[in-house]
Each structure stands twice: as C-alpha cells, then as structure tokens.
Design a protein around this ligand. Structure first.
Ligand code: HEM
Length: 180
C-alpha cells in the first residue's frame, strides 16, 4: 500500500515537473515571438491562444467528469485517494496555467486587433468571465473533495459538466461568426 502511495507521489512529482517545463517552453515561445516581432505576429499569437484554450477546455470538461465518479466512491478508499491526486494535478498542471495563458493572449488579441471594441467581443468576454466563474467553482470543489467534504451527489456534477460545454459553444460562435 505504502509502496503504491510512493509510486503515485513520485509519478505525480514527475508529471508536475513535465507540466512546469511545458509552461516554461510556452512562455519562452511567446516572449521570443514578441521579441522577434515577425510579420504574422497576430496569427502566431492567435494560434497559441487557441492551443491554450483547447488545454483549458479539455481540463474544464474532464474535471467535473472525475467528480461524477469520485462522488460515488467511499471516503478513505484507495479510489478516492487516486481521484484526489488526479483532480489536484489536472487543476494545477493544466487548467490553471491554460486559463492564465488564454486570458493574457486573448486580451492582447482583443486590444491589438480590435482596440477592445465590438459587440461580439464584449459578449465573448462576458461568456469567458462566466467560464472563469465555473473554473473558480471547480477549484473550490477540488479543495472540498481533497478534504473529504463534498456533499453533492454525482447527478449534480453531471449537470455542472454541461455548463462549460454550453459556454464554449457560445464563445466559439461569437468569435468566428461575429454576429453583431
Ligand atoms: C480569456 C478571454 C478571451 C479573450 C479576450 C479572447 C479574445 C479573442 C480575440 C480578440 C480573438 C481574435 C479574433 C479574430 O482575429 O478574428 C480570439 C480568437 C479565438 N478565440 Fe478567444 N478570447 C478569449 C478566450 C477564449 C476562449 C475561452 C475560447 C474558447 C472556448 C476562445 C476561442 C477562440 C477561437 C476559436 C479563436 C480563433 C477565431 C478565428 O480565428 O476565427 N477564446 N479570441
């Protein structure tokens, strides 16, 4: 048991190290792009924005799915402890950094490409603020599950799981169709 726990901790440390390296590489890439200032800078930043958004959304869709299963296992069981590690790691290594990068690059695009103007842009930012609120709610849930204090049933997390999906559909339509 303790051997397995040690294995989980070691692989967790390695995963966090790999995630940290990926974040540093990403930040260096962004810094190099701004420094080199190539002709297609806007498109390069947009590509990095979309990559960050995909990572953010992947985590935001997977985390509540983990809660659906976690809510149904016994407190103190091996499965429960495994879910805690997976949830914490997903939040810290993927979701949090991806949200920061999505916001920073998205705001830069909005400022340099559109002077922060446009009905579609304001509506998009509103939906992204709501998405960030869901992010905050999920972060709090990771803490509560980590302390064995979740009181919500699996059904609740199934419903929460749909919210980022609906917001994502609205955000993507707004930024691509720009209907107003
Ligand atoms: C965090 C705040 C965000 C801001 C301020 C922002 C702003 C922007 C801006 C100004 C563009 C460039 C649009 C263009 O060049 O036509 C863009 C591109 C894009 N954004 Fe965001 N964005 C944010 C977050 C998100 C999120 C959360 C998603 C998806 C869920 C998303 C999906 C996209 C996509 C798919 C594109 C490419 C659109 C295209 O090239 O036609 N963004 N974003």
């Amino acid at each position: 048991m303790s051997g397995r726990g040690g294995g989980v901790a070691a692989s967790g440390a390695m995963a966090m190290r790999r995630a940290a390296i990926a974040i540093v590489v990403f930040v260096v890439l962004v810094a190099a792009l701004f420094w080199l200032d190539p002709d297609g800078l806007y498109l390069w930043i947009k590509a990095l924005h979309v990559i960050a958004v995909i990572a953010w959304m992947a985590g935001m869709l997977y985390l509540p799915r983990l809660f659906v299963y976690h809510a149904d296992v016994l407190v103190g069981s091996l499965q429960s402890e495994m879910f805690k590690v997976m949830e914490r790691r997903l939040l810290r290594a993927i979701i949090n950094p991806a949200m920061v990068v999505s916001w920073v690059l998205g705001l830069w695009l909005a400022w340099s490409g559109f002077g922060l103007m446009g009905g579609w842009l304001h509506a998009k930012i509103l939906l992204v603020l709501l998405l960030s609120g869901v992010h905050g709610y999920l972060s709090r849930a990771v803490r509560l599950f980590g302390e064995d204090r979740n009181t919500r049933p699996a059904r609740h997390w199934r419903i929460v799981n749909e919210v980022p999906t609906v917001l994502m559909i609205g955000i993507v339509i707004l930024v691509i169709v720009k209907p107003f």
